[in-house]
Design a protein around this ligand. Sequence first.
Ligand code: CO
Length: 154
Amino acid sequence: MAIRQLRKHDDEILRKRCKEVKKFDEKLGILLDDMYDTMTKAEGVGLAAPQVGIIKRAVVIDIGEGRIELINPEIIESSGSQNGSEGCLSFPGIFGEVERPMNVKVKAQDRHGNEFELEGTELLARAICHECDHLDGHVFTEKVTKYIEQQQDR
Ligand code: CO
């Protein structure tokens, strides 16, 4: 287990289009394990490889229902819409309202290269969209319609 350093704010690595994963080797497994540990320690529900400085199309998600790994994910269907608060481990303390589809279907590969499809609704749909955006160099602040004031602890 290793915690990797999170890339934040205006780090240019967060604006790059990530490369397709072609090698499903031990190194990829280590990256995914490290990403999961880094995300969990930071109390996030999703993390994309560029957030730890790796320009590859790999994502981990855990919204509290178990670990999901998406390699080379592609959203193939989306429907409905939802408005809600969103944050990002690369923008600590910043939350804003972002509109996302209510339902998505994503096609991806697992860490061994096997293709699968996954459907997500509500928070899972939001997380899938947010993380897939990272792989194209997009961050959620581009889509915020309204920033949410944080309650200060007194
Ligand atoms: Co993010």
